[in-house]
Design a binder for this molecule. Structure first.
Ligand code: EUG
Length: 542
């Protein structure tokens, strides 16, 4: 959790109460929380609570401001907190560590919610198993923590790091984060959950349901339905433990960078890529295709290149490419195995992409890290990420513009050249019209690509902030008109995104609401998260 100072001015540090809750009721609930946790683990001072504001504010008001924060020290305390919330109808907003930059940070969907900072005190690696390669962890364990625990134990196991490893492993998985080793689809590798349900009941999924079982983290399903994925991007329960399976370290690994000259090479790149990826060889990891702005922002600031009005002109883009030794598109991936296999896979990859005129192929060996070659920076950072080493280098992106923040626009694309080009042109055209740089990457799964645009804005500039939010709203609608949907969303556009999945009179929404109402009849847990509203607060325009 960030401890940066509040973005709210002192005069704004007023108390924000939840909907339908009187000050008396609220105070009684706070007293009950303090009786359970001890007063030190209940924060109500606006100065303490405001550090849970979205680090990247998307509005200028208190739409996403919490009223209090509580810090449970055990699963039993989480259950008791939930029971108090039911009694006083207090909306809770459970977070692990609350990073989730570009998607709302730690902030609740409903103003006045009480943040349950689950990971603050529940931050242990409960078990690390070298024989089978798994960990059982609590929500406060960050990617760095898990990495360090593995190093301390000396096991030849890897984590699968996201771009920024300062956040929670559990939180990342529950918001369907991605990583970049062969285990990059994080959702697939969780194995066994412990969950406090919205009425305070306690559930262990999978083999964890069988007393005395020693296979909880070995086999995700068990007998009967496996509900685990219902707890991702939802508000159906508070996860207090998670099993996660870990990749064994391979004998060798090497990372490549292929630079491609032209923006319009995108279609050919993707079409060459698919057959190499879909069978998990020779492209074994989750490769990424990043455009020039994303890479340039790792090592320079926008004002180093351009200080004029409007989007960065083409001749400046050419200068960036030349100075940095990068292409308009830059493709990064890693191959793993015994050294001869690594060597052979690299040769196949190089040969395939060399069909594209102007393509240049590098590895960490042929393009060493050096201060004089800034274009090598991302290659070496991706090598760390792709070989299980946590970093936070990608945060350099925020220095591209002053007081940088971003909103994430994240449609899924088929791994097809024509689709990639259509999505690229769609975002680029609208970004240009807002004088905003298209800084993006395609993250390549097996049969889909996450097309992530980091829509940067100066967070202290209200006009830029409001424009960027408008841009996101427009893009979601345009994408949906073309059959494209997002994989993840900030609270501010979750309802809109959920609304695009509208088949059969919004059957998905209706299904989610039926589950929500069955599990959470008082509507206390993360109301509105992922566009799922409980009956009590539905249709209220909150
Ligand atoms: C990134 C950012 C995302 C995401 C996946 C990956 C990486 C940025 C803002 O959202 O969903 C470099």
């Amino acid at each position: 959790m960030s401890t940066s100072t509040t973005t709210r001015s002192p005069s704004e540090l007023a108390r924000v109460l939840p909907p339908d809750v009187s000050a008396e009721s609220f105070d009684a609930a706070i007293a009950a929380f303090a009786a359970i946790l001890g007063a030190e683990w209940v924060h109500v001072e606006p100065g303490q609570v405001s550090v849970y504001d979205d680090e990247f504010p998307v509005t200028g008001d208190h739409s996403y401001t919490a009223s209090a924060v509580v810090f449970p020290g055990s699963t039993a305390e989480v259950q008791q907190i939930v029971q108090v919330a039911n009694e006083y109808l207090i909306p809770l907003h459970a977070i692990s560590t609350g990073k989730n930059l570009g998607y709302g940070g730690a902030a609740p969907r409903v103003a006045g919610s009480v943040v349950v900072h689950v990971g603050k005190r529940l931050n242990k690696v409960l078990e690390l198993n070298g024989k089978y390669g798994y960990a059982l962890i609590e929500p406060g364990v960050t990617f760095f923590d898990l990495y360090n625990a593995i190093q301390d134990a000396g096991y030849p196991l890897w984590i699968d790091a996201p771009d920024l490893s300062w956040g929670s492993v559990v939180g990342n998985i529950l918001d369907r984060g991605v990583g970049y080793t062969p285990y990059g689809n994080h959702s697939l590798w969780k194995s066994g959950l412990e969950i406090v349900l919205p009425d305070g009941d306690l559930l262990r999924t999978g083999m964890g349901g069988l007393p005395g079982s020693n296979t909880w983290q070995l086999f995700g399903p068990s007998f009967g339905p496996q509900p685990d994925n219902l707890f991702e991007q939802s508000n159906f329960g508070i996860v207090t433990k998670m099993g996660i399976q870990l990749m064994g370290a391979p004998p060798a690994a090497e990372t490549f960078q292929i630079t491609f000259e032209n923006a319009e090479d995108l279609g050919t790149i993707v079409d060459i890529m698919l057959p190499l990826r879909i069978n998990m060889a020779p492209l074994q990891n989750v490769p990424v295709l990043r455009n020039i702005f994303l890479d340039a922002a790792q090592v320079s600031e926008r004002s180093d290149w351009y200080t004029g009005e409007g989007p960065i002109p083409d001749d400046i883009v050419e200068k960036m490419k030349a100075d940095l030794g990068l292409g308009y598109w830059n493709f990064y991936g890693t191959v793993y195995g015994p050294p001869p296999v690594v060597e052979q896979y690299l040769q196949i990859i190089e040969a395939a992409f060399s069909q594209i005129p102007g393509a240049k192929f590098h590895t960490t060996q042929t393009r060493p890290h050096s201060d004089s070659d800034r274009g090598a920076h991302t290659l070496h950072d991706r090598h760390k990420i792709n070989t299980g080493i946590p970093t936070v280098e990608e945060a350099n992106l925020l220095n591209w513009i002053p007081d940088g923040a971003h909103m994430g626009f994240s449609p899924i694309s088929a791994p097809d050249g024509a689709d990639a080009l259509r999505q690229f042109r769609m975002v680029k055209k609208r970004a240009d019209s807002f004088s905003k740089d298209y800084a993006a990457q395609f993250i390549i799964g097996l049969r889909e690509m996450h097309h992530i645009s980091l829509l940067l804005y100066t967070k202290t500039d209200a006009q830029q902030r409001d424009d960027t939010l408008r841009l996101v709203h427009e893009l979601i609608d345009e994408a949906a008109e073309n059959g494209y949907g997002e994989y993840r969303a900030h609270h501010a556009w979750a309802d809109q995104v959920a609304g695009t999945y509208s088949f059969n009179d919004n059957a998905q929404r209706r299904f989610n609401e039926r589950i929500k109402d069955a599990l959470d009849p008082n509507g206390i847990l993360n109301p509105g998260k992922a566009g799922i509203w409980p009956a009590r607060l539905r249709g209220r325009g909150l």
